[in-house]
Design a protein. Structure first.
Length: 99
């Protein structure tokens, strides 16, 4: 039942949809049925955690937003990671601030 709710949540705009898409990319991409199934189970697990917190605290659920996973990434760290990846592929990278 929770996996069915996970599938439904993956089609509703918000945090759970972005979590589903992140897990699909992590598990192999949108063409992989296995990746989609694993992502739905991961969303179902997150739903069970959300349900437990709502029942334990009595507070209503507040969606943290579809951009939560993007906001928690530090831009400086992401820049260093991507530059290192390009250099590992044999490219010379020069970074200039945007005007």
């Amino acid at each position: 039942m929770l996996v069915e709710c996970g599938w439904a949540a993956s089609r509703t705009p918000g945090y759970l949809q972005s979590l589903y898409r992140w897990h699909v990319r992590k598990f192999g991409g949108s063409r992989s049925p296995t990746a989609k199934n694993k992502a739905a189970v991961a969303v179902a697990h997150k739903l069970s955690v959300i349900i437990w917190h709502v029942l334990a605290t009595g507070k209503p659920y507040r969606d943290i937003g579809a951009d939560y996973l993007d906001r928690r990434v530090d831009p400086e760290t992401e820049t260093r990671r991507l530059v290192a990846k390009l250099q590992a592929l044999g490219h010379t990278v020069t970074i200039e601030p945007a005007a």
